[in-house]
Write a protein that binds this ligand. Structure first.
Ligand code: ADP
Ligand code: MG
Ligand code: MG
Length: 213
């Protein structure tokens, strides 16, 4: 049911918080190449805020939808920064695709994940090739949808989608940033992956491994 799903989603938020803490220094280092160096910190603050809000929601007996909507708001407020607003919108959109009563079958979970990526695209306005998290999130969502439609196997589809996200993040090394930074700073980023694409691929890889266990 939805309470059970809410508990599982809280576990995913806690997983994200752990990965963000583990990767904080590396994400900050990469963001410092052509950005302001705060991506690791933003992801740590955001995921921590989401975990706190999720825990409070669970204690009040919230279902899956409410939990994710509150977690998304908290992520955005706690992180500040561009990626915080985008991750907040993603969680809130995923929650909007779920209910507070009743669980969600695998097909509905795919709808929620695709809605999260769509929210990032809508809010950020980035396209593939702009050197943003969209370069990882777009192949991730496309692969998830295609593989799930073909196989109906959510863990396997998520594993394939996470691999596509890693490949997309890797490809951002060859790009120069066109959004969110000056062109001059963007050119410095050649050879370095986009921090938001990298963190997205790391979180989706952890999620796929978590669900595959
Ligand atoms: P800030 O840029 O405000 O310091 P962060 O450093 O936390 O925020 O996040 C930077 C990341 O946000 C970038 O690496 C990129 O992946 C992502 N990003 C920036 N602008 C956009 C956008 N318009 N659409 C999608 N992602 C974006
Ligand atoms: Mg930054
Ligand atoms: Mg910043």
């Amino acid at each position: 049911d939805s309470r059970e799903l809410a508990g599982k989603l809280q576990g995913v938020l806690e997983l994200f918080e752990k990965v963000c803490s583990d990767q904080e220094d590396e994400l900050g280092r990469i963001d410092a190449v052509a950005g302001d160096g705060d991506h690791g910190q933003g992801m740590v603050y955001g995921s921590h805020g989401a975990v706190q809000a999720g825990r409070a929601a669970l204690e009040r007996g919230a279902g899956a939808r409410t939990l994710l909507v509150h977690a998304g708001t908290a992520w955005s407020e706690s992180a500040g920064g561009t990626s915080g607003a985008l991750w907040g919108a993603a969680l809130t959109a995923a929650g909007g695709a779920l209910d507070d009563d009743g669980g969600a079958d695998d097909a509905r979970q795919v709808v929620a994940i695709v809605a999260a990526v769509e929210a990032v695209r809508r809010l950020g306005g980035a396209e593939v090739g702009d050197k943003t998290m969209i370069d990882a999130a777009t192949p991730f969502a496309q692969t998830l949808q295609t593989e799930f439609d073909r196989s109906g196997d959510l863990p396997a589809s998520l594993a394939a989608a996470a691999a596509a996200a890693r490949e997309g993040a890797e490809k951002t090394k060859e790009l120069t940033a066109r959004l969110g930074r000056s062109r001059v700073l963007g050119e410095k980023s050649l050879g370095t992956p986009d921090p938001g694409a990298l963190s997205f691929s790391l979180l989706m890889t952890a999620l796929a491994e978590h669900l595959g266990d």
